[in-house]
Design a protein around this ligand. Sequence first.
Ligand SMILES: [Zn+2]
Length: 224
Amino acid sequence: MKTFSFHNRDSDETADHILEFLYDKIEKKKQGSLDSLKKLFKNVSEIELTEILETMSSEGLISIKNEEVLLIDNGTKRAELLVRGHRLAQRLMVDVLGISPENANNVAHYMEHVLDAETLDAISAFMGYPEFSPDGKPIPHTSGKKIFTIRPILCKLSDMEIGAYGTIRYIQNPVDSLSQFGILPGEMIRLVQKRPSFILEMGSTTIAIDSAFAMDIYVHQKSK
Ligand SMILES: [Zn+2]
């Protein structure tokens, strides 16, 4: 979903990164100056950068006053979408795919440009509406409020209903003591009891696990 029209993809990405940079400044309660943008985008020529900034200004994304660059209207909306995309992509890669936080951060800089609001809401729902990125930054909600109309697809084992079936989708801190019992992503389980300890059925096996582990196991819950 692009709200502005640049002639090539590199300019689009530069424009997106300018918006992200300005959003980051706002989070730090600072302002972005033309000078800091020139320093940040050393790989873009000054002529090209000026052209991009002028186009962004005419599109109502930014305003430039006395060497300060400010996010406005559509620019703020686009920046929120990009930052939401970046931080949700990080969460998805780190938590579900097991990618290192550094690599996830790099890849998220590419993914953020193509993730639209609907996809982001679906990722958020899939992840159980995370509030923070893996590096602890708040994930913006572009609608200004949380969307709770979609039921989260994954829930913690500790939040499952007793008697319900579910498929394990991911384990936050995988430990040998779980995998030795065959508690692994892809396995179908049934929750038998929660107290005094968690008891699961997997096929014909019954397994008791510590409640601390039940907080780390994410399940796609099916009906009883
Ligand atoms: Zn980025």
